[in-house]
Design a protein around this ligand. Structure first.
Ligand SMILES: [Zn+2]
Ligand SMILES: [Zn+2]
Length: 309
């Protein structure tokens, strides 16, 4: 995957000529074949179809039950992304048992945002190269559109870089789930149908999933462009209160870039971080432990590298 990211950078900085540097192999100079372009875009059909399927809300009336499913599956699955994929798998912000670890991974998968290893590997790449051209989704280095959705449509980031998640790739059940990443989501769609028929599928699955997509993507796009900066991090990360409300606390993104391994991202009572409250609740009942949080949160002039409890 590293090669596929570097290739456009080489072309981008090629001086005075549209020709690719002579060091590139012939295939790279010629670009993808027409067939490769077609198959490359074909992988986006389910993602686009998921969006188009939301138009069915104009033809299928919602029942009260389907609206409950829509909101319920939005927040439950958002928790799978924020607590599971992000704070646990990408940042190891708390510890848990192998069984509950797998349950968090399955819950994350139901959001249809690919597998846990893929998600964690790319997110670690974001923190390693934040707001440079090597960042998979920087709105500063590239564009708002690219950071929100464009990077997901190109084939460059399709593969899972297992070397970035060596700590997880040793678990066969996680590798298996990463391969069968779409299965939990499809089963959830079937469950919605069993509960409330087509109304359940359209409102409880399609609409809920697409809303979940874009709320999650706001962290990549909006939270590197608009909001306040408490910490002078070497990137453009921002704290954005309204994104935090939609994403159960992920909008406190400048806090997060400063204290990346903290399970807590909202540092003051007014920085609402529902994910952290639920992680604390899980800690209280013994489902998780060793929950990491900052030792101090007020920035000082010589704020040494973030320390966690
Ligand atoms: Zn970020
Ligand atoms: Zn992160």
């Amino acid at each position: 995957m590293a090669t596929s990211i570097q290739t456009p950078l080489k072309i981008r900085i090629c001086p005075k000529s549209d020709e690719a540097p002579p060091t590139l192999p012939v295939a790279a100079r010629q670009g993808p074949t027409p067939w490769a372009r077609v198959t490359g875009w074909a992988k986006n059909v389910p993602f686009l179809a998921m969006h188009l399927s939301c138009l069915a809300v104009f033809f299928v009336s919602p029942s009260w039950l389907s609206l409950v499913l829509c909101a319920g599956f939005y927040f439950v699955r958002m928790f799978g992304i924020t607590a599971g994929y992000h704070r646990y798998f990408a940042h190891r912000a708390f510890k848990t048992s192998r069984v509950f670890q797998f349950m968090l991974a399955v819950l994350g998968c139901t959001s249809m945002q690919k597998g846990p290893l893929w998600w964690a590997a790319h997110h670690r790449g974001h923190h390693r190269h934040t707001d440079t051209l090597e960042d998979p989704h920087s709105p500063v280095a590239r564009s708002l559109w690219w950071s929100h959705i464009g990077w997901l449509l190109v084939p460059d980031y399709d593969a899972t870089n297992l070397s970035a998640v060596k700590d997880w790739s040793g678990y066969p059940e996680l590798r298996w789930l990463n391969r069968l990443q779409w299965v939990p989501g499809i089963l959830l769609a079937g469950l919605c149908w069993l509960i409330d028929g087509w109304s359940g599928v359209v409102w409880g699955f399609f609409l809920s999933t697409v809303l979940l997509f874009h709320a999650t993507f706001l962290v990549n796009s909006v939270c590197h462009l608009w909001g306040s900066r408490r910490y002078a991090t070497a990137d453009a990360s921002r704290n954005n209160w309204w994104v935090a409300l939609f994403t159960m606390g992920e909008g406190w993104h400048n806090n997060h870039h400063h204290y990346q391994s903290s399970a807590r991202q909202g540092f003051f009572w007014w920085e609402i971080d529902v994910t952290y409250y639920l992680i604390r609740l899980m800690g209280f009942v013994g489902l998780v432990w060793d929950i990491r949080k900052p030792l101090h949160v007020v920035p000082v002039a010589s704020d040494e590298k973030a320390k966690l409890e």
